[in-house]
Design a protein around this ligand. Structure first.
Ligand code: NAP
Length: 435
């Protein structure tokens, strides 16, 4: 039997488990280890709560877990209750699928003022991640700024702008639903340091901004390149530009304004004890999608800044790390360690880019690499060995059957129309397993 440990139960982890099942059939035993008692990582804690159709991919991961050769080993921290070195000794292959859950720092003066929040924290807050459930972001201000022109910035902007009635059918957690319902925010400014052609937003989701109940997007036509220039864009971006051009003529007659502020590079955040304004420098295009500062600066008044500028993978003791890239050091997914049986997939391998589906070919590639690097299993202890270690250390591991009980409890306590009400505290998740 070949024993494989996958660290992380998000999309990268589950697609890799699926690929290993296909690659090795019934000759493999797979443990998917997660530090939380609940699986699915980014699907549960990253994908926007009002995009349930995207979250439905978890049903595919569930099928993987229902296979008898796959175990979910939740509530176990690698680098805590067990080390990577121990896993490397116990399993034929160990795969890091830990994603990139840490915010890249803004690195500008005032970036640590209260009211400046990274998107991992803010998204984690409205999605009920136990690390961020207590965030309590300031929503008592009229203006909010969202830094970045990617899909995360788009999600955050939409969540800040939506009316409570638009969260029907979502699984936004109760604390965020209530806080957003009482929000005083009436202007969300989305700040991009480059121009409209450099936005990285999915067109369908950008288009959604034009149909919100109480919010309307505003685009300054002076920021738009000539329409003929869109022809050079790839089709998705061209479609996104179509939406943006459509926003120019929308009547500004709703309660909440969503301002697209292009060519605006954040240079400082100011305020007396909390954020009061973001200072930006006007930029101008210099060709090839690049910009340069013009020296002209201005202030955007705001009481909340959510910076959506990308993520890093947290290091794990004993694992080679590429500091400049913010992910594990690897060559085609192979992480250099003695024994040659440590791999990385997904965002932990290549950084925070691509869609959820991008992780699927990633996982299949790693399964093939493992088969090529280790043609025969090495008679290792696998999950039984892990269980011995965890029992010695008094670890309280959570199985997939336990998760199913937690899930049933979350479904049972959902508010009307919602698919679930997530537990946001680890102890409550553990209690929901029952006896
Ligand atoms: P992203 O697409 O890389 O966008 C990051 C944005 O931050 C860019 O606009 C970037 O501008 C800007 N930025 C970076 N450093 C900055 C700085 N110092 N100051 C100002 N702006 C800065 O990343 P993301 O939005 O975090 O998304 C991560 C991945 O998840 C992406 O692949 C995304 O498509 C995916 N995702 C997909 C969905 C979906 O499909 N529904 C939802 C959420 C996330 P520059 O371009 O100038 O660098």
């Amino acid at each position: 039997m070949r024993h494989i440990a996958i660290i992380g139960s998000g999309p990268a982890g589950y697609y890799t488990a699926e690929a290993c099942q296909k690659q090795f059939g019934d000759q493999v035993s797979i443990d998917i280890i997660d530090r939380l008692p609940v699986p699915y990582g980014l699907i549960r804690f990253g994908v926007a709560p009002d995009h349930q159709s995207i979250k439905a991919v978890s049903q595919r991961y569930e099928q993987v877990s229902l296979n008898p050769n796959v175990r979910f080993v939740g509530n176990i921290t690698v680098g805590g209750e067990v080390t990577v070195a121990e896993l490397i000794a116990l399993y034929d292959a160990v795969i890091l699928a830990t994603g990139a859950p840490v915010d890249r720092p803004l690195g500008i003066p005032g970036g640590d003022l209260p009211g400046v929040i990274g998107s991992a924290a803010f998204v984690g807050w409205y999605n009920g991640h136990p690390d961020f459930a207590g965030l309590n972001p300031p929503l008592d201000c009229e203006g909010a700024v969202v830094i970045g022109n990617g899909n995360v910035a788009l999600d955050v902007t939409r969540i800040l702008a939506k009316a409570p009635a638009e969260f029907v059918g979502s699984d936004i957690v109760a604390h965020a639903f209530e806080a957003l319902g009482n929000s005083a925010i009436r202007r969300v400014t989305m700040v991009g340091r480059r121009g409209p052609h450099e936005m990285q937003m999915t067109p369908k989701e950008l288009g959604e901004l034009g149909h919100l109940q109480r919010a309307v997007p505003h685009v300054d036509p002076a920021d738009l390149p000539p329409v003929e220039a869109d022809a050079a864009l790839e089709p998705g971006q061209r479609k996104a530009m179509g939406h943006l051009r459509g926003f120019v003529s929308l009547a500004q007659d709703k309660e909440v304004a969503i301002d697209f502020d292009f060519f605006a590079k954040p240079i400082a955040i100011e305020g007396d004890g909390r954020v009061e304004r973001l200072i930006v420098e006007r930029t101008r295009p210099i060709g090839d999608g690049q910009v340069e500062g013009t020296g002209e600066t201005y202030a955007i008044p705001c009481g909340l800044v959510v910076s959506c500028i990308g993520y890093r993978t947290p290091p794990i003791p004993g694992v080679p790390y590429d500091e400049s890239a913010g992910r594990f050091a690897n060559s085609e997914g192979r992480v250099p360690v003695d024994g040659g049986n440590l791999y990385a997939v997904g965002w932990a391998r290549r950084g925070p880019t691509g869609t959820i589906g991008t992780n699927r070919p990633d996982g299949y590639k790693i399964a093939e690499e493992i088969a090529a690097d280790h043609p025969a299993p090495a008679n290792k202890a696998g999950g039984k060995g892990l269980d011995v270690l965890l029992a010695e250390r008094g670890a309280d591991k959570v199985s997939f059957a336990d998760w199913q009980k937690i899930e049933a409890a979350e479904t049972a306590r959902a508010r009307d129309g919602a698919p679930r009400e997530k537990f946001v505290v680890v102890a409550d998740m553990l209690a929901a397993r029952g006896a």
